[in-house]
Structures are given as C-alpha cells and as structure tokens.
Design a protein around this ligand. Sequence first.
Ligand SMILES: Nc1ncnc2c1ncn2[C@@H]1O[C@H](COP(=O)(O)OP(=O)(O)OP(=O)(O)O)[C@@H](O)[C@H]1O
Ligand SMILES: [Mg+2]
Length: 370
Amino acid sequence: MYLKSLKIINFKNIEDAELSFSGKLNCFTGNNGAGKTNLLDAIHYLSFTKSMFNTSDLQNIFHGQTFFVLKGNFIKTKKTEIIYCGFEKDKKKTVKRNDKAYKKFSEHIGLFPAVTVSPGDSSLIGGGGEERRRYIDSVISQYDKEYLYELINYNKILSQRNRMLKNYSLNKYFDGDIADIYDMQLAEYGNKIFKKRKEFIKNLLPVFTEYYEKISNKKESVSLTYKSHIADSDFLMLLKSNVEKDKILGYTSKGIHRDDLEFKINGLSLRKSGSQGQQKTFLISLKFAQFGFIKKITGINPLLLLDDIFDKFDAERVGEIIKLTNNNFGQIFITDTDPERLKKIIRTEDGNFKLFEVTKGVITEKTDGA
Ligand SMILES: Nc1ncnc2c1ncn2[C@@H]1O[C@H](COP(=O)(O)OP(=O)(O)OP(=O)(O)O)[C@@H](O)[C@H]1O
Ligand SMILES: [Mg+2]
C-alpha cells in the first residue's frame, strides 16, 4: 500500500498543498518550524483519523481559518482508495473512504496502517506506565478489532468497581454480590487483553533484538519485558485476595490496568543508564519491529513516517539505519533539517525517490534531486 498523492488545505501551517509522492522514498528538508512534522501529521490523520500529538482537531486548523481538509489517494492492492478527513469549527469531524462517511472512526483504524518514529517517542522511555500501555494498545487495535472493545469494557467495569471501593471509604457500604460480578467481568476481559498483549510482545521481541543488534553493531545488549500482575497468578483470585486492601486504598490495585514494559540496557534501566543515542536506537528498533509485525499480520506494508530520526546518532548508526531503510520497508516519508544527510539516503536508492523542500508551510518538489 502507498500514498500516491495528498491534498492539504489549512492544516496547521500548511495553507494549501497538492503533492504527489514516490511509492518508495519521500524526503523533506527545511528549517526548524518549516512544517515538516506538520506534513507527516497530515498523513498520520489519514491513517489514524487524528493527530500524532493527541491535540484537538481545532488546534490543527491553520490559525485564523475555520476548517481544514486532508485528502489522500492511496493505492491498495492495485486499487485507488480516496481517504478524506475534514474538520470545521463547531462541527463534527468527517472521515470518508471513497466518498462514504464512517459512522465510527474505529472502523477506519488499521485499513491504512502507518508506523511513526518521532522525537515524541521518548516519552515511552521517560514517561509512566500509562504511555507504554497506550503504545501497546494502539498497535494491537490496528490489527485486532475486538481488542479495543475489550479494553473499553474492561475500563468501564474497572471504574465502576473503583467507584464502589471509593464509596466504601466514605460510608462503609460494600455490596459483595455486585463486587463478585465486577470481578468476574474484569477477569474475563482482563485475561483476553493480557493474552493479546503477551502474544504481541512475544512476536515483537526477536525482531526488535535483531534490529537493535544491527543498528548498534552489537555494541550493547538490550531487553524488553512485559510485566503484568496476572503473569503468574489467576486474575480472579488476585482480585478476591486483594479486596480488603482495595477497600482501604479506594481503588483496584491489581490488574492489567497496571501492566508495563520494562526496558533494559546491559541489564540496567534504559531510562537511567541509556545514553540519548542508545535510547533512540531502542525506540527505532521497537518501531521497525512493529512495522514487521503489522505487515506479517495484515499483509499490508504500513507507511513509515520517520521524523527527525538521525538526530543524536553517530555516523555509524546513521549508516546502518540508511541501509535498513533501503530494503526492509514499503513507502517511507522522512524529514531532516540537514539536506546532506537525506541526500546520502537518496544515493542508496535506485532513482525511486522524491525530494521536497519545506519553507514556511510551503512544500516544493526539488527536481535537481541528489
Ligand atoms: N494551527 C496552526 N496554524 C498555523 N501554524 C501552526 C499551527 N499549528 C502549528 N503551527 C506552526 O507550525 C510550525 C511547526 O511546524 P513543524 O513542527 O512541522 O516544524 P518542523 O519543520 O518539523 O520543524 P523542526 O525541524 O523544528 O522539527 C510552528 O511554527 C507552529 O507555529
Ligand atoms: Mg519537526
């Protein structure tokens, strides 16, 4: 699958753009604040129906305007598919596939998959467990439609159980029969979610390690471990045996809502001991592995959006990443403030690339290339 062309009106600092892309490699250079990340975000919208920054749609309208429109022509299994995403102030966002509006945006997720690598990924290492859970959830829900539904149900029951526990601390009332029902439902959905998360990480792990070794030239060893309260206990039993503690705490202390991923480098915490370049190698390897995983499951090559990926890497690692981008992926969109670095990548391609310059929200294709 690839994005053949894209029309943008009033999206962030891009007022008007009509672009046609290479099915393989697309490079964007420009100064800080030019609009390179905004362009990748427009592509992200077409894939996920929202910004990669979790900002409100309103914030993404070109300042002073009242609407934005994004329209992409994708080629998927040799057919053209038109994805439209429009938002007007004080109105609902519309997403259409081939002129037919979606009732639920979740139906669109996963049909035109994309994997992004961006500076914001560092929150996966520096942030709390919630960030890492959100990451796992967003990947799994791209290929498993039931997963999102299970997750929504789990969270709904969890908040009901928590409300009951909180009430107990106020008026000492606790209905054991209702608690039993909540526990059974939590265990049912929780076990399903746990299995899927475990399976995902299990599949991701060997590919992730392989990428890390390639990029780092085996200079250091890393590990990624899925941590869950229910890894070696029965979830239902765990809820029951912790209920007295939960009543004092006023919330549910055990469950898959506390799952986490543990990242290590040479046996130590990646967050505390990894250098910036090592942390970035970790994240890129994770995202590249995610690409392989989605491709394996869906049979579709996701779009690969690489924002500022070379920053903080030494020349050796840049070289390895360039080699990897050359033959492992489908269509790639890559940004860099340094045109020379992008030209290095272009030189390894056999002509199937496009180079664009971004200046103050205006995107122009460069025909002089490398
Ligand atoms: N809704 C909006 N309307 C107009 N301009 C906006 C809007 N949202 C963001 N911008 C502008 O877009 C610019 C940032 O663009 P972007 O993040 O794409 O830059 P970049 O080319 O990726 O730069 P860098 O190299 O620093 O990453 C900022 O100057 C910001 O003010
Ligand atoms: Mg940027």
